[in-house]
Design a protein. Sequence first.
Length: 548
Amino acid sequence: MTLAFREALAALEAHRHEIAHRSMRDLFADDPQRFPRLTARLDDLLFDYSKQPVTDVTMAHLIALARAARLEDKRDRFLAGETVNTTEGRPAMHMALRDLSRRPIMIGGADMRAAIEAERARCAGFADELRSGRARGASGKPIRAVVNIGIGGSDLGPAMAVRALSPFATSGLVSRFVSNVDGADLADALNGLDPGETLFIVSSKTFTTLETMTNARSARAWIVAALGEAAAPAHFAAVSTNLPASAAFGVRPDRVFGFWDWVGGRYSMWSSIGLPLMIAIGPAAFEAFLAGGHEVDRHFATAPAIDNIPMLMALIGVWHRNVWGRATQAVIPYDQRLARFPAYLQQLDMESNGKSVTHAGAAATIATAPIVWGEPGTNGQHAFFQLLHQGTEIVPVDFLVAAEPIAADKAHHDLLVANCLAQGEALMRGRTRDEAAEGLSAQGLPEAEVERLAPHKTFAGNRPSSTLFYRRLDPRMLGRLVALYEHKVFAQAAIWDINAFDQWGVELGKELATRLAPIVADPAAKTDALDASTAGLIAWRRRLVGGA
Ligand code: F6P
């Protein structure tokens, strides 16, 4: 941490003490321009952070912190394709996949535009083949169901997006996703499907992931059992950077769609990994999704910090995480079709920035990624919102809501929007003890009862939220939302001086699972080399299944 950064952080700490006693109610009352000033726009997308505990002075301090961290310089180097993933020695250039301009895309000294476009065109050709019913299974039946087998970045993005954009699905094909090595996941996904009409896409950057390869082998066995060994190639496609492994699995070369090692798994839905989305909504709508992401890239690259939505999101997150010590961040889409968006963001944010080592390998001295969680509103209101309103933990919230519905009833949507806005207002305003007492008195309750109940009906308020309010959730807007969060995550990593593009922490669990798998499967395998808890749990499992 540089001296300039430490000083900027100390200034923010001091500023927190100055404004800690100020309620947001007062901040709004004192400043009629608060809403227009503390909002940023990207044409039909509005980011409202006026219900955050910030003033102009706070924003100036936060921008000073960003300067001290050289955020804009790091952004420029990231967008220019420099080696920002220093532990794996490569750039992180997922933005190249959504750059639909004609300019060259230089990565590692080579112009990648033609290769990117060629791979996208191959995906589009295959998507069209499926969508038109031209693609047939081994027995001559048209393919009617597409099952994606993948996990993490090879599942969460496409699964989230296919659901989010279901009104734009024009293929008539059934779209399913299998990720968990729990056989129940595959069994449920296959339920009701006809093997002769089913195509599997095995999606794996590495083509070695245990869960995906296990599910892929079982899917293959399902096809072979129904249609015979020779049928398998007609029912499989693959998306991977590991072309030899996908060929070894038996996928026809013309059905293997590639991407590049400079695309991180959790940033890969813009690549061939987005194939299930392209199949569902069609290549043109998929391009609109890419275009939405690219618009945000341009905005992130050029907008001054105070108008730059991903930077603002990042800075407000830093304010909560590093100055107020808030450990979690809720994301609440008032959009049922964004039900998987919080899960998608969990990987994006927590796998990227769940780090405790700086670029230089030193222990991080400030807190990094928050715990990201959430569920769609209004359902969350009837589950965990009580804690948001009156719990002892303060949880910053991002609300997401569309002005108009897609293929849904307007009256329902009006209620949805009203609920979203009401929650933000309630969190911000709260209810004073006097207001609570007044309401109880108005109900005619005796004074003693008013006194007894008033504390329970008092809400502290001052609870922070931001709102992303956009016209409608179409492919372009979804692209924008995903890219906004991607760049928020990058900006925070830049401020924290950590590498957002590696994930070494996940590797240990993978290694240990691989070591334990044969011991779990074999009731006679020795467990003495294991720790006592793991050995004890294996013994208990053997007792339950009658293996010992
Ligand atoms: O969870 C760890 C991880 O490596 C993620 O980063 C990645 O998205 C996921 O596994 C799947 O990896 P692959 O696409 O190589 O199967």
